[in-house]
Design a protein. Structure first.
Ligand code: ADP
Ligand code: MG
Ligand code: ZN
Length: 447
């Protein structure tokens, strides 16, 4: 398959002049060869769908099977493809008989006109599907087997779906290349995907590096500071000082202070306001209308600082977040990565700071052991609770005793080699000072 043919399809069928990233291009070139299984791990919004939708058009007469966890996701994809005049269909519990028959008839012809068939994993277990699949593989009519949201195979993923585990069995019947896509990049999740889907040993991985080189990480200890709120205020002012007056209000620098509880969001916002910082608080206890107003005032730049529980952030897409503070203690490496990852989306230098304290650690530990006790012999809940404890333990090490680059918390978690930090964290910048601070903190705690 030539590169120019692929570029033609990109333009003619998908109306894009270029690939979204080098990684997207590399994945598409590899997948187009149909030689190896491929695992794609890129963040949400980075264009994973195209990685199989484009190659699906390169093999007329063959169909690409796509497993996707939710009917709503399937519908979105199909509407999108139909708008591009690409023949995509779905077999699911809601498909009407007449439509189902028309789909099956086409798929059973020698040269089906359907390009992509979307199915939920539950459907894969039905006799109709098994019979269809046998027919299609016997006559070499399947281009790819795609597993979207592939983290669903893993108990480490946040939405484990037992039906996904069966998808690896299709491997026994056919040698069609598997394409697995996920936005969850933890190394345990990746291992589970490879083993449950039985990816062949020569599988190729395309994965975005987790290292965000424009983010600077450091940790301070609340109990070593004379006036923690004044310290926080000065930090905020220094982060926002690069404010460019000519820029419209909504594009000016802003930031987020994450807190563990509602009360904390209120107390910190109040204290910051008293120190002259325009800060709001946001938490699940506010009425819907208040929450929206609050988010709006932050979004449009009226209030550049928001003190929030972690419920704030879903769907927040502001490019000019210059700092993310965790007041207290983050939950686990993955959440911490996601929350601090809201800083510096525009690629400009931004700061991520934890103001750590032992009280929050104790509160979280109480909460986590309570969850574990409540799980009793419910296996999946127990695994979740145990994972939560493991994740939290890593965060405690990060905050209290870290000796290595802060970015390694993430590269270890995501199973990547350590990045070249170039002083993008307090430890790499001045290890001696950090060691001293951590030492003083521990001494203060045992007093
Ligand atoms: P993901 O599955 O990784 O979350 P999607 O496949 O849903 O991402 O794509 C996210 C958005 O990126 C979609 O709006 C899609 O049309 C767009 N997109 C994908 N590839 C390109 C490209 N090469 N150029 C421009 N936009 C693209
Ligand atoms: Mg997707
Ligand atoms: Zn470092």
């Amino acid at each position: 398959m030539t590169e120019s043919k692929i570029k033609d399809v990109l333009k003619k069928h998908f109306k894009f002049d270029t690939f979204k990233s080098e990684l997207q291009e590399a994945a598409i070139l590899e997948i187009s060869k149909r030689q190896h299984d491929v695992l794609v791990s890129m963040p949400t919004g980075s264009g994973k769908s195209l990685c199989y939708q484009l190659p699906a058009l390169l093999y007329p007469g063959k169909v690409t099977l796509v497993f996707s966890p939710l009917l709503a996701l399937i519908k979105d994809q199909i509407d999108h493809l139909l708008a591009l005049r690409i023949k995509a269909v779905s077999l699911n519990s809601k498909t009407l008989t007449a439509e189902r028959n028309a789909i099956l008839t086409d798929l059973k012809t020698n040269s089906p006109t359907t390009r992509l068939l979307y199915i939920t994993p539950e459907q894969a277990a039905t006799n109709t599907f098994k019979e269809l699949f046998n027919n299609m593989t016997k006559h070499d009519k399947v281009a790819y087997i795609v597993v979207d949201e592939a983290h669903c195979v893993s108990q480490w993923g946040h939405d484990f779906r037992p039906d996904y585990l069966k998808l690896g069995d299709l491997r026994n019947i056919s040698s069609v290349p598997y394409i697995a896509l996920t936005a969850t990049a933890g190394s345990e999740v990746m291992k589970d995907i490879v083993s449950s889907l039985k990816l062949s040993s020569a599988y190729k991985t395309f994965r975005t590096s987790c290292f965000r080189k424009n983010l600077f990480y450091d940790v301070y200890y609340q109990n070593l500071l004379d006036q923690p709120f004044v310290h926080l205020k000065k930090f905020i002012q220094s982060c926002l000082s690069t404010q460019d007056e000519d820029v419209p209000k909504e594009n000016q620098s802003c930031g987020i202070v994450y807190c563990r509880t509602r009360e904390q969001t209120e107390i910190i916002a109040q204290n910051l306001r008293e120190l002259g910082i325009k800060a709001l608080c946001y938490h699940a206890g506010l009425k819907n209308k208040e929450r929206l107003e609050c988010q709006e005032s932050w979004q449009n730049g009226d209030f550049p600082v928001i003190c929030a529980t972690v419920s704030f952030g879903m769907g927040v897409d502001k490019a000019t977040v210059r700092f993310v503070v965790h007041w207290g203690v983050p939950k686990d490496p993955a959440s911490f990565y996601q929350e601090t990852g809201r800083a510096g989306r525009d690629g400009k230098a931004s700061k991520c700071r934890v103001y750590y304290n032992r009280a929050d650690r104790k509160a979280m530990e109480f909460h986590l052991s309570h969850d574990l006790a409540k799980a009793k012999d419910k296996e999946s809940r127990k695994i979740k609770a145990q994972n939560a404890i493991k994740g939290f333990t890593k965060i405690i090490e990060f905050c209290e005793t870290a000796k290595e680059c802060r970015h390694r918390l993430f590269s270890n978690h995501f199973g990547e080699p350590p990045p070249d930090c170039k002083n993008r964290c307090d430890i790499c910048r001045n290890k001696k000072e950090v060691d001293e601070r951590a030492h003083n903190f521990l001494m203060r705690c045992i007093q």
